[in-house]
Design a protein. Structure first.
Length: 124
């Protein structure tokens, strides 16, 4: 399976903030570059192109040497609801007054079950 990576728009890019290249992700997770690409193919992470070059991943997707708990399941739910990678990023990083913060802020804070529940309602 080939790796398909979307080009990101300026608005979503600004919502995300800090990015890591796939090479940086591999180093932080102590993985080979091939295994890091597999995380994108398996939708455990989302990577996009920002002005060319290698795919980049939001830095907040990583906690220490692992993927943030609850993120892969939330990504699966969003993609199953029909969101593409850029739409999923936009949803994850758009502020939501009812959380507070963004869905990604809530995932990082350990409230991934609530975020996943909200993501599931998008598909229905």
């Amino acid at each position: 399976m080939t790796l398909s990576v979307a080009q990101i728009d300026r608005e979503t890019d600004e919502l995300v903030g800090e990015w890591l290249t796939l090479t940086e992700v591999a180093k932080k997770l102590n993985l080979s570059p091939g295994r890091a690409k597999q995380l994108l193919r398996d939708h455990k992470l989302i990577g996009v192109r920002r002005g060319g070059g290698e795919p980049q991943v939001p830095a907040v997707f990583l906690a220490g040497d692992d993927v943030v708990k609850g993120l892969p399941g939330t990504l699966t739910v969003l993609l199953d609801a029909g969101y593409d990678d850029v739409e999923a990023l936009r949803w994850l990083f758009t502020p939501d007054d009812t959380l507070p913060g963004s869905p990604m802020d809530a995932i990082v804070a350990g409230r991934h079950t609530e975020v996943k529940r909200r993501a599931q309602t998008l598909g229905f």
